[in-house]
Design a protein around this ligand. Structure first.
Ligand code: DQA
Length: 139
């Protein structure tokens, strides 16, 4: 089973950025622990701060992989192009967020990608990504 985790803008700064919201672990470290835990599946990771690069990656894997887990960062709330990319592929996509965006500023309350994703997981810290993986294993 091939699953790709995608992180969007500013998520390369995890561990350094707004630690009170996003914690102090880098995603690279967390991803290593995921790889160890899920050594029976083909788990990959991609990060970009650039909207077009995220779209290119979604197109690239979106007809072959069994699942995509995406934290689109702030593009969650703005990017119709990302939404269209997700709508246009075959691979099911699960949206994740580290924080519970519904408890934060109102501009974070809307997800434009949510309606074209299979489901959304938010508010569990980095564990949101693990829960995203579990959702593919259980289906
Ligand atoms: C985030 C929430 C977004 O609103 C924010 O722009 C992020 C991170 C989260 O994981 O909680 O960059 O997606």
């Amino acid at each position: 089973m091939k699953i790709l985790l995608i992180n969007g803008p500013n998520l390369n700064l995890l561990g350094k950025r707004e630690k009170n919201i996003y914690g102090d672990q880098s995603f690279e470290d967390y991803f290593k622990s995921l790889k160890t835990k899920y050594n029976n599946i083909d788990l990959e990771y991609y990060q970009s701060n650039i909207e077009g690069e995220l779209i290119i990656k979604i197109h690239e894997v979106g007809f072959d992989y069994e699942g995509i887990i995406i934290n689109a960062g702030a593009y969650t709330h703005t990017s119709i192009a990302l939404r269209d990319a997700i709508a246009g592929i075959k691979t099911p996509v699960v949206e994740v967020h580290i924080s519970n965006v519904l408890t934060r500023e109102s501009f974070r309350h809307e997800s434009v990608i949510g309606p074209v994703c299979t489901g959304s997981i938010m508010g569990f810290g980095l564990d949101s990504y693990r829960l995203g993986i579990e959702s593919f294993l259980k289906s």
